[in-house]
Design a protein around this ligand. Structure first.
Ligand code: FAD
Ligand code: NAG
Ligand code: NAG
Ligand code: NAG
Ligand code: NAG
Ligand code: NAG
Ligand code: NAG
Length: 619
């Protein structure tokens, strides 16, 4: 049953815009005497026992919190290490997304171990440290991946429920496609038949056109073999160049905090959220059918560098581990769930030997290629010219329109290596299938970070999105607050280096097109010294400049029920123990050829139904 507030909102919903509804909501919330809320201090929690305790408020955690509390008899607590997302302008304004990480109050500030594939450089590895997790700090690209990616999940897990076709209802429950900020006619920019207009997380096309848009479309006509136009990359067949869809509503970021636990839902009486709550361990509470049960969570509040006392809370039904591909395995390792040999070396008592915890870390590498251009209408001018920057912000504040409503990439390209590529003679194709890209081209009207030295740029960053490299996440300390050792193994496999060389060459052909003639002056930075015909020259450029595209997955992979090689079963229950289910990006057994928020939301929507069935909750 809906409470009064929800019912009133449902009635008003279609006619109201979110910004006005927030004020109304506060009033309605007060009238209904709602007692659910977001707490900053654990002393204010109404109880120490909840049906479900969810660790982490990102794409996975907040989706589960919303869906489980549809049943009013169920109580849910979300524990989040970071702080509030309220009034964080950089999180609200899409164009400001690059200023949220790395090394800000909204980031965990992780760095990888020295990467052998990157000439021994450690690279930044940002993860959201805020309500909404990485969905509050990401670049908002909404990309589902290919049908092959999900069909491979189904194959690996032995559960056809993870296939592209089976997941369609969950894609629809997540997505709420809406108009762009400038309300332009979107015909020819997406395929409405593959979208949902009734889900929870808002998605829209760019709300402000960039001067390069026409040139990009012209490249798709000039070089259709290499860069075909694809009306919609979210149809399951993503190959080609498509307009970017972003998790943006009315010119403002739509995160898991503003959507799934936003004003329409947060005042449900059975939802509780505690911020600044760093979970240190899960604790054994007993045994069930010869398996150890874990239903207690240990945490401490950490605010402004001060750590409070350790406290515990209990989950009557399940602990949902949603701390992300870095946070979730880290918590398990500190709890004594992991490789017993490695744990005993550290002096941590093994409660459950599960050597796969933290193994199989997979990420996408990104090489930030750029070209100097003959124009001043690029991101750089909008960052450097303070009068222009102030006018942009004034307009956004006035009515959430204009330049700042759109993040960085108006178009994304998904490309396959040619079938004849020599690398296939030496290695099996790591992509999920023939509809799946090896390469991503991220096309932007300037650089992510404007150089102080001047100049205006075209960004054609390249990613290896079906990588063969694998890495690991381990711990090297018994201090649960110490950062884990993150080794994504970027560019450690020859296939990925080959693919990135071809990606950079592809970007160079894109920039050399007639469409960009007169606009592109030439390659900039380290790229200017690269000889495109020389593999070794490209290798050095790639190893010196590549970083993470911030899509780690796989550290608690799903696998068949009795298989030894994964960490969770197809229902996402942690193998060999009772009481813990994992719902976040760590369960993906392979990285999809996609930015990973949409896949994580989709997995979480199905996981919510699996949990509801298990506990006979209202579906
Ligand atoms: C800078 C950046 C840009 C990105 N850009 C895009 C993009 O444009 N499009 C896209 O699709 N994807 C993007 N991603 C990736 C995407 O945001 C993630 O894949 C997605 O959010 C993963 O969801 P999750 O639930 O697994 O983890 P998260 O969303 O990261 O949530 C995990 C949460 O758990 C909390 N947590 C962790 N450890 C603990 C602990 N010990 N105790 C309590 N809480 C804890 C964290 O603070 C966080 O809030 C980007 C990521 C980053 C970092
Ligand atoms: C990350 O670094 C920033 C800037 O130094 C700091 O303010 C923030 O507290 C750090 N984040 C964490 C989780 O420690
Ligand atoms: C951009 O270039 C145009 C034409 O050359 C010039 O009129 C304008 O002042 C320039 N704008 C900025 C912000 O430099
Ligand atoms: C938003 O504000 C800008 C600048 O004040 C104005 O030009 C524009 O017409 C407004 N748009 C809408 C939709 O109100
Ligand atoms: C792990 O910790 C030990 C002891 O503090 C240190 O000597 C070693 O260099 C660390 N290893 C890594 C990979 O950080
Ligand atoms: C693009 O043009 C430049 C300048 O003519 C050339 O050096 C480069 O090799 C070209 N790129 C490719 C991939 O052919
Ligand atoms: C790569 O980096 C190394 C070490 O900083 C440097 O010596 C070398 O010149 C760089 N090579 C290229 C091609 O940028």
């Amino acid at each position: 049953m809906l409470n009064h507030r929800d019912r009133l909102l449902n009635d008003l919903g279609p006619f109201m815009n979110l910004r006005h509804s927030t004020i109304l909501l506060t009033a309605i919330g007060a009238l209904c005497g709602s007692n659910a809320k977001i707490y900053e201090n654990a002393d204010e929690l109404p109880s120490t026992t909840f049906d479900f305790v969810i660790i982490g408020s990102g794409a996975g955690g907040n989706t589960i919190a919303n869906r489980l509390t549809e049943d009013p008899s169920i109580s849910v607590l979300v524990l989040e290490a970071g702080g509030s997302n309220e009034n964080v302008l950089d999180s609200e304004v899409p164009f400001f997304c690059p200023s949220l990480a790395p090394n800000t109050p909204f980031d965990w500030n992780f760095t990888t171990s020295p990467q052998t594939g990157l000439n021994g450089r450690p690279v930044a590895f940002p993860r959201g440290f805020m309500f909404g997790g990485s969905t509050s700090i990401n670049f908002m690209a909404y990309t589902r991946g290919s049908m092959d990616d999900f069909n491979r999940f189904a194959k690996i897990s032995g559960d056809s429920g993870w296939s592209w076709n089976s997941l369609q209802p969950y894609i629809r429950k997540n997505e709420r496609f809406g108009p762009p900020a400038d309300n332009h006619l979107t015909k020819g920019q997406f395929n409405p038949s593959v979208h949902s207009f009734t889900g929870i997380n808002s998605v829209s096309l760019p709300g402000f056109s960039r001067p390069i848009d026409e040139m990009v479309l012209q490249v798709t006509r000039e070089l259709p073999h290499e860069f075909p136009f694809n009306l919609d990359m979210n149809s399951g067949r993503h190959i080609g160049i498509s307009w970017t869809q972003g998790t943006i509503k009315g010119g403002t970021r739509s995160s898991s905090a503003t959507s799934y636990l936003g004003p329409n839902f947060i005042n449900r009486r059975n939802i509780h959220v505690l911020l600044h709550a760093h979970v240190t361990r899960v604790l054994q509470t007993g045994t069930s059918k010869s398996k150890k049960s874990f239903r207690r969570v240990e945490f401490a509040q950490r605010v402004a560098g001060k750590t409070g006392p350790k406290r515990t809370l209990t989950a009557k039904k399940e602990i949902i581990l949603s701390a992300g591909a870095v946070g979730s395995p880290t918590i398990l390792l500190h709890s004594g769930i992991g490789d017993s040999k490695a744990l005993s070396k550290l002096g941590i008592k093994t409660l459950h030997n599960l050597p796969t915890v933290g193994q199989n870390l997979i990420d996408h590498p990104l090489t930030p290629n750029s070209w100097l251009v003959n124009s001043n209408d690029t991101f750089e001018t909008h960052a450097r010219d303070l009068a222009i920057a102030a006018a942009d912000l004034a307009q956004w504040k006035m009515n959430q329109t204009g330049y700042l409503t759109t993040p960085r990439f108006s178009f994304l390209g998904w490309l396959r290596l040619p079938k004849t590529a020599t690398i296939f003679k030496r290695f099996a194709d790591p992509s999920a299938g023939p509809n799946t890209a090896h390469i991503e081209l991220l096309i932007s009207n300037g650089l992510t970070r404007a150089p102080t030295s001047g100049g205006n740029f075209l960004g054609l960053a390249t990613g290896v999105v079906s990588p063969a490299s694998r890495g690991t996440l381990t711990i090297n300390s018994t201090d649960p607050f110490a950062p884990p050792i993150i080794d994504p193994g970027l560019m450690s496999h020859e296939f990925d280096l080959f693919t990135m060389r071809e990606a950079v060459r592809s970007a160079s052909r894109f920039a050399n097109s007639t469409a960009f003639a007169g606009y592109v002056i030439g390659p900039s930075g380290a790229l200017a010294n690269v000889d495109m015909s020389d593999d070794e020259s490209l290798n050095q450029y790639i190893r010196n400049t590549t970083g993470s595209l911030f899509h780690p997955v796989g550290t608690l992979s799903m696998s068949r029920r009795n298989a030894k090689d994964g960490a969770v079963d197809p229902d996402l229950l942690l193998k060999g123990v009772d009481g813990i289910r994992v719902v976040d990006a760590s369960v993906m057994p392979r990285v999809p050829a996609a930015h990973t928020q949409a896949p994580t939301y989709i997995i979480a929507e199905r996981a919510a139904d699996l949990i509801k069935r298990r506990w006979n909750l209202r579906l």
